[in-house]
Design a protein around this ligand. Structure first.
Ligand SMILES: Nc1ncnc2c1ncn2[C@@H]1O[C@H](COP(=O)(O)OP(=O)(O)OP(=O)(O)O)[C@@H](O)[C@H]1O
Ligand SMILES: [Mg+2]
Length: 427
C-alpha cells in the first residue's frame, strides 16, 4: 500500500481501529532522504507508512495519527533524536521507538534506553536486523494495546455490573415501598369497612331514620372521614419518602393520638375478645414523629400483640416520660432481647417511652433475630405480609428514636419505642 502523503496524514483525525484487523502504522524519522526512502520501500507492504524529515514534523504526525512504532535517527539537524524520542513518548507513552545510531557514545545510548526506546540499530543497517527489530516493536505495541483494550473492557463490564446491581436494588426498594403502602392503608380500610357494616346494620331495612340513628351515623361518618384522611396521608408519606423532613411534621400531642388509637382498635377485627387497655401520659407532650406515623407504629404493634395467639390475652399500651437519657450500656442483645437503631438514636431527655405489652406466648429465640426483616412472617402468606415490624423500625429510625423488644416464652412480649420529645405548639 502507498504511503500516506504528509498533508493527508496530518489532516486525518486520530481514529483507532480494532487492533486485530488494523495494519500497524510505522513512522520513519530521518533528515536524510536516502535512508528514509529505503525504509519506506522495505516496509510499505507491511505497514501504513508516515514519514518525517525532522523532529517537529514527527511530533505533529504522532499527535494526529495513531502511530504504533517509530524508527528514529538519533542524529538529526535541529531537534535531536533523543529529544524527539522524549516528546514522542509524551504524546503517546506506548509508542515503541527503534533508534538508528551511527557512532554514539554509550551515554547517549543509555539516555535513549532510559527514555524507553525499545531497540537500537547501527547505521547503515542490514535488512533482516531492521525487519526483525520493527516486527518485534510492532508485536510489543499490539500486546500493549490488547492489554489496554482488555482492561478497558473489564472496567466497562465492572461498571455495567455495578449499574445493574444499583438498578436491582432500586427496583427492590420501590417494590418494598409499594408493599408498605398496601400494608399501611389496609388498617384504615379495615376500620372504614367495619364502620360501614355497623351503619348498614343500624339502618337495616328501615325507610325512616330516627334522630338517634342520624347521630349514630354522623358520628361514624366522622371516623370514616378521619380514616380516609389517614389513607391519603399514608400515600403522601410514601410518595415523598425520599425527601421527607420530619421537622415540618405536625406536632400533635401523644395523648390525642392515643385517643385516636383507642377508637381504631375498638372496631378492629383482630381485637376479638382480648383485653385492651391504654395508659396515657399525666401531661400531654409532642414527639418528633408525624402523627399518622405514631398511630401506624402503635397500630402495627397492637395488631401483632392481638394476633400472637387466638387464646384470650391482654394487650396494654403505656406511655411514660423519661427525665433521663437511656443507659444504653444496660441493654444487652440476647435470645430474649434486642435494641435497634442505636446508631441514629437521639438519646436526650425528656424521652417518650411508649410500650405495647402482651401476655401472649412470646417469641422464640430462633425467630427473634428475624422478626424485623422485611417479609418475615409466621402467619402464612395469606395472613401476614411480614412488613409490619419492618415499617415500625423504619419510622422509628427516621424519627431518630430507638426500638426495643423483650420477650419470654409463655409470659409475653413487650415492644418499646423511645422517641425524642418536642414541646407542644400552644395554638
Ligand atoms: N407480640 C408478638 N408476639 C409474638 N410474636 C410476634 C409479636 N409481634 C411480632 N411477632 C412475630 O414477628 C413476625 C413479624 O411481624 P410483622 O408485623 O413484621 O409481620 P406479620 O405480623 O407477620 O405480617 P403483617 O404485619 O403483614 O400482618 C410475626 O409473624 C410474628 O411471628
Ligand atoms: Mg404485623
Amino acid at each position: 500500500m502507498a504511503a500516506l502523503s504528509i498533508k493527508d496524514a496530518i489532516s486525518t483525525p486520530k481514529k483507532p481501529l480494532a487492533p486485530s484487523k488494523r495494519k500497524g502504522t510505522l513512522l520513519i524519522v530521518d533528515d536524510e532522504e536516502g535512508p528514509r526512502e529505503s525504509l519506506r520501500l522495505i516496509f510499505k507492504e507491511d505497514y501504513e507508512i508516515l514519514m518525517a524529515s525532522d523532529g517537529p514534523m514527527a511530533i505533529e504526525l504522532a499527535t494526529k495519527n495513531k502511530v504504533d512504532v517509530a524508527v528514529l535517527d538519533i542524529r538529526m539537524a535541529g531537534m535531536s533524536g533523543i529529544e524527539v524520542l522524549a516528546r514522542l513518548k509524551n504524546v503517546e507513552p506506548s509508542i515503541e521507538v527503534v533508534m538508528m545510531t551511527a557512532f554514539e557514545t554509550t551515554d547517549t545510548m543509555r539516555q535513549a534506553l532510559r527514555l524507553r526506546a525499545c531497540d537500537y540499530i547501527n547505521k547503515p543497517f542490514d535488512l533482516s536486523t531492521m525487519r526483525s527489530a520493527v516486527a518485534h516493536a510492532m508485536q510489543r505495541r499490539t500486546l500493549d494495546t490488547e492489554i489496554l483494550t482488555n482492561e478497558e473492557k473489564l472496567q466497562e463490564l465492572r461498571e455495567e455490573l455495578h449499574n445493574q446491581k444499583l438498578q436491582e436494588q432500586m427496583t427492590h426498594t420501590r417494590g418494598e415501598i409499594y408493599a408498605s403502602i398496601i400494608h399501611d392503608i389496609n388498617g384504615p380500610l379495615t376500620v372504614i369497612s367495619g364502620f360501614i357494616q355497623l351503619m348498614n346494620q343500624r339502618i337495616g331495612n328501615s325507610t325512616r331514620l330516627e334522630v338517634e340513628d342520624l347521630e349514630f351515623i354522623k358520628d361514624r361518618l366522622k371516623t370514616i372521614t378521619r380514616q380516609v384522611t389517614n389513607c391519603i396521608e399514608i400515600s403522601r408519606r410514601y410518595l415523598s419518602f425520599l425527601r421527607r423532613q420530619t421537622d415540618d411534621a405536625p406536632r400533635v400531642g401523644v395523648n390525642q393520638l392515643l385517643t385516636d388509637l383507642s377508637h381504631l382498635m375498638r372496631v378492629h377485627p383482630s381485637k376479638q375478645n382480648h383485653y385492651f387497655e391504654i395508659h396515657p401520659l399525666p401531661q400531654d407532650i409532642g414527639v418528633s414523629m408525624n402523627g399518622t406515623d405514631v398511630i401506624q407504629v402503635l397500630l402495627n404493634l397492637s395488631v401483632n400483640a392481638f394476633q400472637c395467639s387466638p387464646i384470650s390475652h391482654s394487650v396494654v399500651v403505656e406511655c411514660r416520660l423519661l427525665q433521663q437519657p437511656l443507659e444504653l450500656a444496660s441493654f444487652k442483645d440476647g435470645p430474649q432481647e434486642r435494641l435497634l437503631n442505636v446508631e441514629n438514636f437521639k438519646n436526650s431527655a425528656p424521652l417518650l417511652k411508649m410500650s405495647v405489652r402482651d401476655s401472649g406466648p412470646g417469641v422464640s429465640p430462633e425467630i427473634l433475630p428475624k422478626i424485623f426483616q422485611p417479609y418475615f412472617t409466621t402467619k402464612g402468606a395469606n395472613h401476614g405480609t411480614g412488613l409490619g415490624l419492618n415499617i415500625v423500625q423504619r419510622l422509628v429510625k427516621e424519627a431518630k428514636g430507638a426500638l426495643h423488644v423483650r420477650t419470654e416464652m409463655g409470659e409475653g412480649t413487650t415492644f418499646t419505642v423511645y422517641l425524642p420529645t418536642v414541646p407542644l405548639a400552644t395554638a
